[in-house]
Design a protein around this ligand. Structure first.
Ligand code: ATP
Ligand code: MG
Length: 419
């Protein structure tokens, strides 16, 4: 954090060229660890194992998606001293798949082995207030701003909220994901009631913006400051949860894509980030042809919007996570096929009457270029991420046509939102 505050915008990128010589080189055969055992951990484990690494997952859940496929599963809480000690003994380096892992646990591990991303970067991503100051200090170099907002931690701050931030979205500073911890408020009375309902925890009130589109950028930064990235992808959310990611020529206006890429790199460089970072952006209607970019939030790990990279690129976001933490070179990834990723939430495991059913996998798997990823979760629940389906094809028209077919077969929402 002290390194962060001593940097002015742009300095991060410059200083990365002379980053400290702490770069490890951890070769296949070693054991790589991950904090968290969800689907992101599972896909990390698959990528690491394919390269010949052994893997260790720390997650309290006996039945976690990553724990079930890893060589080692340490089944303790994230702050459990014995669990962390065991992970440190087993592993040559540790990463995280879950941004709410206690930063102190990462700090503990970092005393004895390389941890990427580091505790300071994860701590920023865990707190919307700190995240917004970081964006203001870093993305500004690329001409990208945050949504107009106010920090609300006291009654006085609540009372002083400028009227032009309303209508807005009140977001808890910590522990929000998939639209949880967010309340839309139209006026000061609703804002006060919403903050009371959230037990007056620290929050950020963001102005409700006229979104034209949403996109995200995934970059990977090495110990030596080298950065590579994927082209920005276009994301469609339904009910606050990512439903569709599109990645192909034309999914994003090139001018916006370039600026988003530059902002994401500045955000990563400014905190000397090591690992895979996803930065989410809004495209807002400002009257210009393509709209303006607003940076929303970052995830200190691979991201749901980057799952298409497994099937559509020569290196996936999880391959880059392995490379970055292990100190391996970071080749520039190349997308070889247009792709559309469809999230599979637990809702499709139920019919209109609420009766349990099995989605028609056979019909979906008959589609050309359909790559089904199920995370091994036994209990389907509404809004729970159970898997995803990536459609790849030789051209954009056919990837869209096949995605439509898949959405119809599975009864997925968002058909109208396909570009
Ligand atoms: P996740 O972790 O799944 O990305 P989250 O719970 O952290 O989500 P946000 O990314 O802040 O939440 O918001 C979820 C969605 O709500 C956004 O993708 C966007 O569709 C909508 N949204 C959030 N903030 C705003 C805003 N200021 N104006 C308009 N829409 C917004
Ligand atoms: Mg988000």
């Amino acid at each position: 954090m002290s390194a962060l505050s001593s940097l002015s915008p742009g300095e991060g990128a410059a200083s990365s060229a002379s980053a400290p010589a702490v770069k490890p080189l951890i070769l296949p055969g070693a054991t790589l660890g991950v904090m968290g055992g969800g689907q992101l951990g599972r896909m990390f484990v698959h990528a690491a194992q394919r390269l010949g690494y052994f893997t260790a997952v720390l997650d309290p859940d006996a039945d976690s998606p990553a724990g079930r496929v890893s060589h080692h599963h340490i089944q303790t809480g994230y702050s459990d001293a014995a669990g962390l000690a065991q992970l440190a003994t087993l592993c040559a380096a540790v990463t995280t798949e879950f941004e709410n892992v206690p930063a102190s646990a990462l700090q503990t591990l970092a005393a004895t082995l390389p941890v990427a991303p580091g505790a300071a970067a994860v701590a920023i991503a865990q707190n919307r207030i700190e995240e917004k100051s970081h964006f203001t200090a870093s993305a500004g170099v690329a001409g990208v701003t945050c949504a107009p907002h106010a920090v609300i931690t006291t009654q006085a701050q609540l009372d002083a909220v400028p009227a032009d931030l309303l209508p807005g979205i009140l977001k808890t500073a910590r522990m929000g994901y998939d639209g949880k911890g967010q309340v839309r408020v139209k006026n000061a009375a609703e804002l006060a009631a919403a903050w009371a309902n959230l037990a007056q925890v620290p929050c950020v009130l963001e102005k409700l913006l006229p979104l034209k589109a949403e996109c995200s950028v995934i970059v990977a930064r090495g110990w030596d400051g080298a950065i590579v990235g994927f082209a920005p992808q276009h994301n469609v959310h339904v009910d606050g949860i990512l439903a569709i990611t599109e990645s192909f020529d034309g999914a994003m206006a090139p001018a916006l894509a370039e600026r988003a890429q530059a902002a994401a790199r500045a955000i990563a460089a400014h905190i000397e980030y090591v690992g895979v970072l996803c930065v989410e952006f809004f495209v807002i209607d400002d009257g210009s042809e393509h709209g303006a970019l607003v940076v929303n939030e970052m995830a200190p790990r691979p991201h749901n919007s980057g799952h298409y990279t497994i099937d559509a690129c020569d290196m996936s976001q999880f391959d880059l996570q392995v490379h970055a933490m292990a100190g391996l070179p970071l080749p520039v990834p190349r997308q070889h096929s247009p792709a559309i990723m469809l999230n599979l939430l637990g809702d499709i495991w139920f019919d209109a009457q609420g009766q349990a059913r099995t989605p028609d996998w056979a019909a979906v798997l008959a589609l050309p270029g359909a790559h089904l990823h199920l995370y091994g979760k036994s209990d389907a629940r509404s809004a729970r991420k159970m898997g995803h389906l990536t459609i790849t094809s030789a051209d954009v028209a056919s990837v869209k046509a096949t995605a439509r077919q898949a959405m119809q077969i599975l009864g997925l929402p968002g058909l109208d939102a396909l570009s």
